[in-house]
Write a protein that binds this ligand. Structure first.
Ligand code: COA
Length: 444
């Protein structure tokens, strides 16, 4: 953060926050995020803000918040927090940053206050060597800051609490695995088991033991991103886990992950989770005034659990998407070159050598491959049409890079996305991997 304050129009000052701002920003965030028509405050966002100020997430502290203060009233009128993380792209750890809890007081909106703070966020990202930024946000808005929808998020299934039953053949039958709350001593098991998800998912989040431990045990219970973890055991040995959170405002449970170790199968883990979840959900409604009508499984549309049960998981929940900004495309492509080379070597074009020029119309990317190795990547200005091997309009290349859409799918959707030669078209689907499943639960 530039240590100096940035004087904006009139009485507005943009600065990084200090610990003394914690309560005010938390209060501000819980009110500014209220949604129409009810406009009920969101205390869960306030609690999340306080955890971030307190450094529960070790990568975030007070100075990662920007605030804009009206010096006339002494009040904070706009704020964002920058959450540094490491995501994993096809087995390559990739530092990135996420602007979050973005809000401006209604009286100060549409004056560019968020745009100005995003400039600061992007400056921090550059200083910290972040390869990309993502936001989980309101529709369209962040496209104005160079972001593009490029990675599916929160897809899965949604069901009613009452539909969870009927998993076991008899009423008094027991599930194969027993369930209990996770303890600190389970963290190494969870860290190791979570890594198995990389075998089926292209983009995931990198979490070490400290991340898991602080998320599981140090967050305030009312924090919007407080997840509870259940361990599934076979004869007293942990073999699977799942995470969920209870959203009282929306009367529902949200399951965020289900992962298994190699010593158990998906059927035993899934059926045991469903039995346990039904018990937990029923307990929630059994307390005075308790409600839990809905259960959402936001574990990715292609999760193996969904193949094994129909009615219990209910209907499809279409994914939303992360918007992604890649400030230096060449740097990210070069960073994930092991993934690209792996794809090429496993394809019909293994060992391919040549130049490859991608046109983004107003800019471009030039690559060189030598015997299947990516030897050079550089950002370029516009590439002449007859020189480009493939064309990606606007920011559509980001969708290919993060596996949200294959080149073939982009070609079908966008008239100005194309490759003249068949082999160049095929090469695009090889290098960028086509459409791939991803599952990101951010470390936020
Ligand atoms: C969305 C919100 C953060 C925008 O704050 P803001 O200070 O008005 O934003 P800015 O003025 O910096 O917006 C930048 C640009 O987007 C435009 N814009 C503002 N709100 C917009 C919206 N909801 N949709 C589309 N464009 C919008 C602005 O006019 C401005 O355009 P310009 O640069 O061409 O002049 C604010 O309306 C808000 O706090 N809403 C409630 C909380 C919320 O939804 N937060 C986002 C959670 S992801």
């Amino acid at each position: 953060m530039p240590s100096e304050k940035i004087q904006l129009e009139n009485n507005l000052v943009l600065r990084s926050a200090t610990i003394d701002d914690a309560e005010e920003v938390a209060e501000f965030n819980s009110i500014v995020m209220a949604e129409p028509p009810e406009m009920t405050p969101e205390p869960e966002i306030g609690e999340w803000t306080l955890d971030l100020f307190d450094g529960v997430n070790r990568r975030v502290g007070p100075s990662d918040f920007t605030v804009i203060e009206d010096t006339k009233t002494g009040k904070i009128v706009s704020s964002i927090v920058y959450i540094s993380q490491v995501w994993n792209i096809g087995s390559v750890d990739t530092p990135m940053g996420m602007p979050e809890i973005v809000g401006t007081h209604p009286d100060y909106r549409r004056r560019g206050l968020i745009r100005k703070q995003f400039d600061v966020m992007h400056y921090w990202g550059k200083q910290r060597g972040h390869f990309f930024n993502t936001v989980m946000g309101i529709p369209y808005y962040y496209k104005q800051f160079g972001y593009e929808y490029a990675l599916d998020a929160w897809g899965g299934r949604a069901t009613a609490r009452t539909a969870l039953g009927g998993v076991l053949p008899k009423k008094d039958a027991k599930p194969v695995l027993s369930a209990r709350d996770a303890e600190r001593t389970d963290v190494p098991f969870i860290v190791e088991t979570e890594l198995n998800s990389r075998q089926r998912l292209f983009v995931t989040t990198t979490r070490d033991a400290q991340n898991f431990e602080s998320e599981m045990f140090d967050r305030r219970e009312g924090n919007m991103v407080f997840y509870r973890t259940r361990i599934l055991e076979q004869e007293g040995v942990p073999v699977a886990y799942y995470e969920y959170n209870v959203t009282t405002k929306r009367d529902m449970i949200r399951v965020n992950s289900l992962e298994i170790s190699s010593s158990v199968n998906w059927l035993d883990a899934t059926s045991s989770m469903l039995v346990d979840l039904k018990k937990l959900a029923d307990e929630l409604v059994s307390v005075d005034g308790g409600k839990c009508e809905k259960v959402e499984f936001e574990i990715g549309s292609g999760h193996p659990a969904f193949k094994l049960f129909d009615s219990q998981f209910g209907s499809e929940k279409k994914p939303y998407a992360w918007v992604i900004r890649v400030p230096d495309v060449a740097a990210l492509v070069s960073h994930i070159s092991p993934v690209i080379e792996r794809r090429l070597s496993a394809s019909d074009l293994r060992g391919w050598s040549g130049d490859l020029k991608l046109s983004f119309y107003r800019s471009g990317l030039k690559m060189n491959f030598d015997a299947g190795k990516l030897t050079a990547v550089e950002n370029t200005g516009p590439i002449e049409r007859h020189e480009a091997h493939a064309h990606y309009p606007d920011l559509s290349f980001t969708k290919a890079l993060f596996g949200q859409k294959s080149f073939t799918q982009l070609r079908e959707a966008l008239d100005d996305c194309f490759a003249e030669k068949r082999a160049d078209h095929v090469l695009q689907d090889i290098l960028w991997g086509g459409k791939q499943a991803s599952g990101v639960l951010p470390t936020n």
